[in-house]
Design a protein around this ligand. Structure first.
Ligand code: GRF
Length: 222
């Protein structure tokens, strides 16, 4: 199977980048990371990339007056590396419409909530404060809104009374590391078809129907 060329955009720790690298190295994900781009020179993600001998670019927003110019620089770097799919992995900047037009239907993001609940920032804290019993993570195609694009795959986790934003974030992150490589693999296999708001995944085995309750239903327990 032909590998898909990806460029990974990061700003921070890069644990999602690491999970993508690991799945590629284990030959479960048919992708090649052509470049890792960070807007933050101190991102730990850059060390992870270097450890795996991946080409990296640091593009600092401080060097540009306009968002468009920063995004144009990124577009040029991605095109120079023949990137087909742009993978946002903890990239803490909103992309301009002109950047998105350069990669139509070819930008993915991962977000640590069950969208459309809790878009934006500090979402694990928001989930804990709101008192939701479940949260999770979402991989979606990026459109011009913030965390509004067509949803590819989601995973859910329970939220417990004792949770803090940090404990919930760690539980969600474990799922992120599973669903992001899976979403990219579905793309590589050309199985994602965007139909309006929806992503249709072809030739998929639907997950077994499993309702979950949290707390569990004691009155029906054996
Ligand atoms: C993840 O929670 C991701 O969902 C969000 O930013 C965080 C990045 O973590 N967009 P990492 O840099 O991949 O460790």
């Amino acid at each position: 199977m032909k590998k898909v060329n990806i460029g990974v955009l990061v700003s921070g720790s890069g644990s999602n980048l690491q999970s993508i690298i690991d799945q590629i190295e284990q030959e479960r994900l048919h992708a090649e990371i052509k470049v890792v781009i960070s807007n933050n020179p101190h991102a730990y993600a850059l060390e992870r990339a270097a450890r795996h001998h991946l080409p990296v670019h640091v593009i600092s927003p401080l060097d540009f007056h306009q968002r468009e110019d920063f995004d144009r620089q990124m577009t040029e770097a991605l095109n120079a590396c023949e990137v087909e799919l742009v993978v946002l992995a903890g990239f803490m900047r909103v992309l301009t419409p002109s950047f998105l037009r350069s990669f139509p239907g070819r930008v993915m993001n991962i977000h640590p909530s069950l969208l459309p609940a809790f878009p934006g920032l500090h979402v694990q804290q928001q989930a804990v404060e709101y008192g939701v019993r479940f949260s999770g993570c979402t991989v979606h195609f990026v459109d011009e809104g913030v965390d509004t694009g067509p949803i590819i795959i989601q995973a859910i986790v329970p939220v417990f009374d004792a949770d803090t934003a940090d404990t919930l974030a760690a539980r969600i992150l474990r799922e992120e590391h599973l669903i992001y490589p899976q979403a990219i693999q579905l793309y590589a296999e050309r199985r994602l078809e965007v139909q309006g708001r929806k992503v249709v995944v072809t030739a998929v085995t639907p997950s077994a129907y499993q309702a979950m309750q949290n707390p569990s239903l004691e009155m029906f327990a054996a």
